[in-house]
Design a protein around this ligand. Sequence first.
Ligand code: NAP
Length: 478
Amino acid sequence: MSEEVKPESMSLYSVSAAATPEQEAVCIFGTGDLGRSLGQRLLQSGYRLVYGSRRPHSCGPIPPGAQVMSHEIAARSASLVFVCVHREHYDFLETLAPQLKGKVLVDVSNNLKKNMYPEANAEFLQRLIPGAHVVKAFNTLSAWALQNGPSDANRQVYLCGNSPEAKQAVAEIATKLGFSVQDRGSLSAARELEDFPLQLFPEWRLPMRLTIGLTAFFFFYLLIRDVIFAYVDQGKDNSFRIMVSLANEVFPIVSLILLSLCYLPGVIAAFLQLYRGTKYKRFPDWLDRWMLCRKQLGLIALALASLHVLYTLIIPIRYYVRFILAANTISQIKENKTSVFDTTMGWRTDSYYSMGILGFGLYLLLGIASLPSVSNALSWREFSFIQSKLGYLTLFFCTFHTYLYGWDKFLFISYYKWYTPPGYMLCLVVPSVVLLLKLLLLLPCVDKSLTRIRQGWERTDPEDDSKKSLLAKDCQKL
Ligand code: NAP
């Protein structure tokens, strides 16, 4: 390998004259996409940069101000080396073991799929060069993100390694580059970090599956009730209803269920804490996972509610609706009849619309408050006031909106086609249960116990009757 510096980079380096005695040198192995982008950011942040390349004379373009050398010489010039080379090519590093001894080696590599190799790339690198301090870092950032600087979506640098000093050195560089650092522990966490970039919307999977499942169920349920029943029972072709009427039933139904599923795990968690008498026991995994995807559930619910609003707005211009209205008016004229204004109906429909509008307005507020740029600007109290208190109010308005829609229809057998209840009745079950349970939790005696538990009180001694019956006592006092 040549020890010379690449000519064009040499000239650029001298022009920029970036290096001053106090500048810390950093080495990057590999002049590929990531090496170049990372190098550019390091130079911008005031580091002296040396590339180690197989072809110091003929490698691709490098950022102005950097030097390119053979791996061996480059390794000697810095105490920290970024290995921006694919794992398949790590073998050459073994021959550099003497030069890399005692140095910090940053493994940035990723794999094409999970479990491609028996051990994590960073652990493999550590095994190849036992004398170096390997740190896994920067692998979750793309070359593009590095080039363009940290954005909201890409502000984090996750790192792990066995040497605290080596991690500290890498953390300092990441901070200087404008990233925030999250230490994930020892090098055994490397596999987890290497799996991060392979994940495709992991937190959306459960909510999406649930949404698809519920949508499919209610679509077929309503298809049977609204279209197939009419065809079998009355010989009527109602299939045109699929496009707007059915969609406008399925979307709000699924939206309301998903919204209530955002609040159900919180209620279950509260009852679990009351039952256990402590907040220090872990929740079951399924509850943890459920709670972690509440934001996604809420956003999907909001999207479906927005569709419901749009479908509702086009009702007056539908051919079917205009036809029915015209037919009714003509028949009234023909029969010389005048319908009497029904005040109850006026109240009912206005209340129904009003609840829907208020519910949707708050729904939007919840969605906006969940945006990172907005939630970051809120204090914890403000955030929980919106997501919890206003969230329950949203659920209440939307549930009430649905009850008003149903009104007294549940009393008439004709609505139970083939003995099946209408869709909106089914969808009221979960939100009603959630609101009822929440009301129970708001009872002063229950609320007091829960607050004490959440402040750290524990029902530790099962023999101590006074503690055991805390809930009962609180209830008796009131
Ligand atoms: P790349 O563009 O293909 O560059 C890899 C570099 O490795 C080459 O430019 C070459 O540099 C060197 N190399 C190639 N074959 C070699 C061999 N047989 N022996 C020694 N060196 C060899 O790849 P990249 O996109 O920069 O990715 C580099 C590493 O960063 C990978 O492990 C990747 O998983 C990781 N990563 C990439 C990104 C990204 O956005 N690109 C994001 C996160 C992590 P020289 O010709 O100068 O020797």
